[in-house]
Design a protein around this ligand. Sequence first.
Ligand code: NAP
Length: 256
Amino acid sequence: MGRFDGRVAVITGAARGIGFGTATRFAEEGASVAIVDLDETAAAEAAARLPLVEGAKAIGVGADVADGASVDAAIERVVTELGGIHILVNNAGITRDNLLFKMTEEDWDLVMGVHLKGAFLMTKAAQKHFVEQKYGKVVNISSTSALGNRGQANYSAAKMGIQGFTRTLGIELGPFGINVNAVAPGFIATEMTDATAARLKMDVDEFRRLNAEANPVKRVGGPEDIAAAVTFLSSDEASYITGQTLFVDGGISLGV
Ligand code: NAP
C-alpha cells in the first residue's frame, strides 16, 4: 500500500526538473498525477513517463499559472478527468536574474507573476475543493535565495513572499483540514541551475562542483531530495505540521 493510494496530486511546472522528480515520487507511491506546465505537449509526454501503480492515472495539462482563467480551467480539468484533487504542489518557476540597476520592470513582473501570483491563483482554485472535502495538502516551493542572493532581487522577494503566503494560509486553512507548507531548496541540479551556469559563462559540471564544495554535505541536490520532502509534507504523517518552511539545502543556509 502506497502513502498516496487513491489521492490526486497536481504539480505545476512538472514537465521537467524538480517538478517531474516530485511527480515521479507521487506516482511511485500510488497517486494519480496531473502535470501542469506551460507546454501541453511537454506536460503530456512527461505524464506518459510516470511510473504509475495499477489503477492510477496521469494527465498533462497545458496552463500558465500566472493567468487566472488558465488556472481555473486546469483545476476543473483535473477534477473532471482524475475524479478530484487532494494535493497541490506550487513548483512552476522562472528566473530573470540581474543586478537591481539593470533589472527591468518586465523581469520583475514576470518573476512575481509565475511564483507569487501563480501560487495564489492555483491555491485559490484548489482550496474550494479542499474546503468542501475538509482535506487538502499544499506545498509551495520557495528557495534559499529567499534569504538574499546577489542578482536575484525579484526572485528572492518572490521566494520570501512564498514563505509569508505559506504561514498565512497555514492559519486560514488549518480549520478546514488543509495543511500548507513550503520547501526551500538549495542548489538542485536542473535546467534552471544549468541556465545560471550558462549566464555566468561557466561549464555546468564545474559550476556544480564548486557548489558542492561550498556545501556542508559536499554535494549538490537532485530533484529526488526535494521530492522526498514534498511527499513527506503531503502525507498524513505530517498532518500536525503547517505554515512551515523546510530548507532542503545540505545546510548551506546555516551560513557556516
Ligand atoms: P526548471 O527545470 O526550469 O523547471 C521549471 C518548469 O516550470 C518548466 O517546465 C517551465 O516550463 C515551468 N513553468 C515556467 N513558467 C510557468 C508558468 N507560467 N506556468 C506553468 N509552468 C511554468 O526549474 P527547477 O529547477 O525544476 O525549479 C522548480 C522550482 O524550484 C522553481 O520554483 C524554482 O524556483 C525552485 N527552485 C529551484 C532550485 C534549483 O536549484 N534548481 C533552487 C531553489 C528553488 P517552460 O520550460 O515551458 O518554461
